[in-house]
Design a protein around this ligand. Structure first.
Ligand code: HEC
Length: 110
């Protein structure tokens, strides 16, 4: 009986790992890819070649109220000043992933 429960526990662990781990990793990996194709021209290494004050470093994101998934998604969708809008070019999922990637990079240092 004990063996049976151990087997069930192992199965549950395996299933939850299958569900959880690749999804998170894939999001950031896809976000990185979206970033290098669409954002790096202006934001390589988390910098900003057009407006040097508004980098993607955590301190600047916080200063300009951009340090959240929602704020970044909104700006990527709609653009702002010299930054183009990406709503017609990227899917909602790509925007979600690239926003998660930017926040992750800002958190961990570009
Ligand atoms: C043509 C150049 C250009 C491209 C391409 C571009 N951006 Fe920007 N980005 C800017 C400029 C300019 C600003 C400053 C906008 C403002 O507030 O006036 C900015 C600001 C930002 C900010 C806020 C930074 C802060 O400190 O306030 C984020 C986040 C951001 N961009 C993310 C992205 C992402 C993600 C992409 C790709 C999907 C992208 N940008 C593509 C030019 C660009």
């Amino acid at each position: 009986m004990r063996l049976f429960f151990n087997a069930i526990a192992a199965l549950i662990t395996a299933i939850s790992l299958l569900w959880a781990t690749p999804a998170v990793a894939a999001d950031l990996a896809q976000g990185a890819q979206v970033f290098s194709t669409n954002c790096a021209a202006c934001h390589a290494g988390g910098r900003n070649v057009v407006n040097a004050a508004k980098t993607l470093q955590k301190s600047d994101l916080e200063k300009y109220d951009m340090a959240s998934l929602e704020a970044i998604k909104y700006q990527v969708q709609n653009g702002k000043n010299a930054m183009p809008a990406f709503s017609g070019r990227l899917t909602a999922e790509q925007i979600e992933n690239v926003a998660a990637y930017v926040l992750d990079q800002a958190e961990n240092g570009w």
